[in-house]
Design a protein around this ligand. Structure first.
Ligand code: 4NP
Length: 156
């Protein structure tokens, strides 16, 4: 079982996109029993909120459902429970350290570290460009699933 938690600032755009896209790939490949995937925020700003409508629309364009989301803030119990905690940008990493302390189990990484071009995932809250974020997240997921040994879940 691979237990993966995606993390961003608000848990209404980037990390839910990563969660729903990876869950969709996993479901389509018949691997749902091998993965547990969730997402969380570093902040409490949007706790209880649904996915942000433009992020929902971007997923819908690709026939990916995003039902049942409710933003939540990461906890120390999440750090203990999940195998990999995958952040969207460097400011998320700083906030995670404040919330959780040092990454003593080496579980925390950045999504685009799994690509040939490591950098922050573009933040659509600021750019308003949900297509660019869609591309970043999918590229990161391609690398992540290969790193996990599930090449069949990668588009490349
Ligand atoms: P997310 O986007 O971290 O990708 O969910 C944001 C959502 C809310 C805020 C910032 C980014 N905010 O400042 O409220």
């Amino acid at each position: 079982m691979q237990k993966i938690l995606f993390v961003c600032l608000g848990n209404i755009c980037r990390s839910p996109m990563a969660k729903f896209i990876l869950q969709d790939r996993v479901n389509k490949a018949g691997l749902a029993d091998k993965f547990e995937i969730d997402s969380a925020a570093t902040s409490s700003y949007e706790v209880g909120e649904d996915i942000y409508p433009p992020a929902r629309e971007k997923l819908k364009e690709h026939s990916i459902s995003s039902n049942g989301h409710s933003a939540r803030q990461i906890t120390k119990a999440d750090y203990a429970y999940y195998d990999r905690i995958i952040a969207m940008d460097n400011s998320n990493l700083k906030n995670l350290e404040k919330l959780l302390g040092k990454d003593k189990d080496n579980k925390i990484s950045l999504l685009l570290d799994y690509t040939d071009e490591p950098r922050d995932v573009l933040d659509p809250w600021h750019t308003r460009d949900f297509e660019a974020t869609w591309k970043d997240v999918n590229n990161g997921l391609d690398g992540l699933v290969r790193d996990l040994g599930y090449d069949e879940l990668s588009r490349s």
